[in-house]
Write a protein of this length. Sequence first.
Length: 448
Amino acid sequence: MSYPDQAGPERVNYFSLEKVIIETDRLPIKFDVRNVATDIDIYEHIDKPYLTASIVFIDSEGIFTGMDFVGGEKITIEIKSTRTESTSIRKVFYVTSIMNAVKINDQNEVIGLNLIEDIGYFSNLINVNKSFFGSCYKIIQNIFLENLQKDVTQLGNDIQSKFNVIVPNLNPLEAASWIKNKATDENGFPFFLYSTLVEDDIKFSSLSSLLREVSMNSYMPFTYWQTASTSDNQTAQRRTILSYTYADVENMFELINAGTVGARYTYLDTFTGNHTNFTFDVMKDALTPYLENKIDTSGTQLLPIDEKMLSFDNIPINRVQSKTITQIGSAGVFNDGTSDETKKGSYSEESNVVSYKKKAISRAIHKFLTKAPMSIVVNGYDFIDGTYNTTLGNKISINFINSAVHSFSEDRIDPKRSGDYLIYATRHMFKKERYDLALSCVKIGNNR
């Protein structure tokens, strides 16, 4: 997958706000505030199966009073790129709260609203208290289809055996996210369940599958290089990183404390009284297989931890069992005395030690993935064609120049902050004058 470059005279920062319609079932009127909307922010997050947003508009027509906002008003937003052959993006949100309502003079008022995607609002109205049987994906798919009429697209296979579960008094999105937390792929890597701005279906994707994808812009990375903005190449100009944040990262102390570096695990079966015990070593069990299985082929990886970095009593910290983690479950919960063994598994039950260990691997990989996030702000022009998702779960290439050199070339790239990143969260910032995109990007290791 790659960005479809566009030659021609179109303005790099331009987009068209097609609709911003506010309506409510309480009143027969509708307001289109697209011409007075000053800021629209739309948020995506790979751990959330719904979008959130905020909107600020100038009210000089008595909209705030005429609509009588009480929360729950429907807002339809439609946006279209000026890029040739682009498609309109349409999303429906509902008001969750009034951010502010401030008079700036006798005739004008600034109104700010917090929003959530329609499935997020409707989910809050539905209680799921029901039993399900199947794989993680099939149960999640059934929850969405039965309650929210949404399709779920899978990328990567969850390897857990089919199981029985009774959803314990949750709304559909909470229930689906709970089931997602059980799922791992064959490598023990976690799954994500998320909604995207461009596409309508819900994504259920394994981290391994996402990392195996090719970077969308490897041929022209987003670059933090001051003179790049003066390039004659328009594409290079708009792929200059406008600003970045790299702070409060690399907290190995916290990962050790969470037991994701080295730990001893015990799963207690309250039905039989049996214990399943194993030790966890993040290097041996998670990171070394990550390299050996070539899950990410972006480059030769320097792992975020190795046996030479830190020792305790001459023992590498990944071999030190710094935590004992005990989890309680029960096998045979659904054993009804029949001979059908395929329908007796439960949510917390696994078939063997290897399967239990995959839970620990999943937890550790997720922690190490988010150990050093890089937040960048770029021109959003390349991201709203409306054809396919180019944000969450995709990989992008980022280049930083090494501070120790004074000219730019490929062999002077900063290997720590440069590389192929997975897009973990986004903030689409639509303003009157431009459209910028804040990307929270993550990776497991650095290029050598």
